[in-house]
Design a binder for this molecule. Structure first.
Ligand SMILES: CC(C)(COP(=O)(O)OP(=O)(O)OC[C@H]1O[C@@H](n2cnc3c(N)ncnc32)[C@H](O)[C@@H]1OP(=O)(O)O)[C@@H](O)C(=O)NCCC(=O)NCCS
Length: 183
């Protein structure tokens, strides 16, 4: 289940996390991801009530709510985590980092099956950001603290503010990160 790579990812991205033992015992964001993986396994086995109960237990223990149907790649790191909510049809690629109070949710106006965002590989979502609707955040893009993102963000760009404005740089480009293959 990638537990070892989770610990290596935390050591690489969180300067406060140095000891493996301390990470194992105290990293609630990592615990939330592990509980999600169990609930996702139950979801795929069509044990949906058990999946929801496991997910709810994860929320009780860590303050992070991840719907068991969400699809999440490798080395996913939630730093701090309290108050973070990840919706049912969210898709997250590899090596993604998100902080506390982040919502990957719906706008409330969606009518299709996919209501939540897709985050490509290497995305960073800062504390308090809300990413709403079936939109795509391109590879290695960054979403600033407290941003409210309502439309696609190109790869390598930064989105800040409410509603978010896009700050381009020389590496910014549209790109298909083929996340749908993870569904
Ligand atoms: C998004 C972020 C990574 C951008 O960093 P950056 O690329 O170095 O961006 P800059 O600081 O050069 O700012 C670029 C512009 O965006 C603005 N900006 C940056 N972050 C912003 C934010 N969160 N909200 C609104 N505007 C923001 C700056 O004022 C600047 O505007 P200007 O071009 O009009 O002067 C960073 O600002 C951020 O939000 N970090 C939060 C990380 C976090 O969650 N930490 C919690 C740890 S517990």
């Amino acid at each position: 289940m990638g537990l070892r790579s989770d610990i290596i990812a935390i050591k690489g991205k969180d300067p406060a996390a140095t000891s493996t033992l301390s990470i194992l015992l105290t990293s609630s964001g990592m615990h939330a991801v592990w509980i999600y993986r169990l609930s996702h396994l139950y979801w795929k086995m069509h044990l949906k009530l058990l999946a929801r109960i496991t997910s709810n237990l994860g929320r009780f223990l860590t303050g992070v709510e991840i719907h068991p149907a969400a699809v999440i790649g490798k080395n996913f790191l939630i730093d701090h985590g309290t108050g973070t909510v990840i919706g049912e049809t969210t898709i997250i690629g590899n090596n993604v980092l998100i902080y506390h109070q982040v919502t990957l949710g719906g706008t409330g106006n969606e009518s299709g099956i996919k209501r939540h965002p897709s985050l490509c590989d290497g995305v960073m979502v800062a504390a308090g950001a809300k990413i709403l609707g079936d939109i795509k955040i391109g590879a290695n893009a960054r979403v600033g603290a407290n941003a409210v993102v309502l439309s696609d963000v190109p790869s390598n760009a930064t989105a800040v503010g409410m509603p978010a404005r896009i700050i381009m740089n020389e590496n910014t480009k549209e790109e298909d990160c083929s996340l749908m293959s993870k569904v």
